[in-house]
Design a protein. Structure first.
Length: 299
């Protein structure tokens, strides 16, 4: 096994060469000359060869000449590594993979990421969107550090920190008989063509669960679902954040009975520490979105 080299001793060699002697190097390093000489002697013993000629000890031996560029490279790489690690530890650099459900990616991320990159200009963020199952799977496979999603049921493998409540409502076209209502009860949806989607399971374990059982259409794609709604094919239920407000012909009517909400929150693995960069992102999300939810309901 090769001997371990002390980085400080390598710095002493470079200082002696750069300053032109032991005395000047000792003065620059705030060390005594005997202490410097002892450190060099110990280094030479570890290497098994002299670095400086025995005379004035300011001239490098042939072995020392061979070592010098390598020692400079090693010290420089050590310093770069320390700077990079310190910068990451201080949340000044690093990379974050963030996974969110599409409604959060579309409605909340432009504001949140805009503020985040202002606060942490050295951090890089990759945003991935997918349904709640996909977000959970990405966290589980460590393809993402954090997720903003809903969790269907408690899972000891994850830590879920709630952020906001997002109400479930009925979405239909403006000319639908239900479009003018301020609120709806689930029984009023019977007899209408209901299109189920990935968020319909929020109705599970409520009296409105029967609506899913009677639905003959299921569409997982938000683009296709919106097209069907605009065509007047039927109605659907969606969280308010998922409601495509840019489509002027569509209407959102809160479901009052039963009142159903999804809880959006930050998801991470329970038994794995976050990187300093991901810690910064988590704290920023909790502070920013938590404050937003206190000011007004999720819309």
């Amino acid at each position: 096994m090769p001997p371990e080299l002390k980085i400080q001793q390598l710095r002493y060699v470079l200082a002696i060469v750069d300053e032109g002697g032991f005395h000047a190097a000792a003065r620059r390093l705030h060390r005594t000359q005997p202490a410097l000489s002892l450190a060099i002697k110990e280094l030479e013993q570890r290497l098994g060869q002299a670095l400086f000629e025995k005379g004035g000890k300011t001239t490098l031996t042939p072995f020392g000449e061979t070592c010098l560029p390598r020692l400079r490279s090693l010290v420089a790489e050590h310093d770069r590594l320390v700077r990079d690690l310190l910068q990451q530890a201080q949340q000044g650099a690093g990379h974050i993979d963030l996974a969110t459900v599409p409604s959060v990616a579309n409605r909340l991320m432009p504001y949140l990421l805009g503020k985040f990159v202002e606060a942490y200009p050295g951090l890089k963020v990759s945003l991935h969107d997918g349904n709640a199952d996909r977000v959970k799977r990405m966290i589980q496979l460590q393809e993402a550090d954090l997720g903003i999603t809903s969790l269907w049921q408690p899972d000891e493998d994850f830590v879920f920190t709630p952020l906001m409540q997002d109400e479930i409502g009925v979405v239909c076209r403006e000319d639908h008989p239900l479009a003018g209502r301020d609120a709806l009860e689930w029984q009023e949806l019977l007899g209408h063509t209901l299109i189920a989607n990935g968020t319909s399971r929020f109705l599970d374990r409520t009296p409105a669960a029967v609506l899913q059982e009677r639905s003959l259409l299921y569409i997982s794609s938000m683009i296709s679902l919106t097209a069907m709604l605009e065509a007047g094919i039927g109605i659907t239920t969606l969280p308010r954040l998922a409601f495509p407000e840019e489509y002027e012909r569509l209407r959102f009517i809160p479901l009052a009975v039963p009142r159903v909400q999804r809880t959006l929150g930050v998801l991470k693995l329970a038994e794995r520490s976050l990187s300093p960069a991901a810690q910064a992102m988590e704290a920023f999300i909790l502070a920013t979105l938590g404050e937003t939810d206190k000011r007004k309901p999720a819309r």
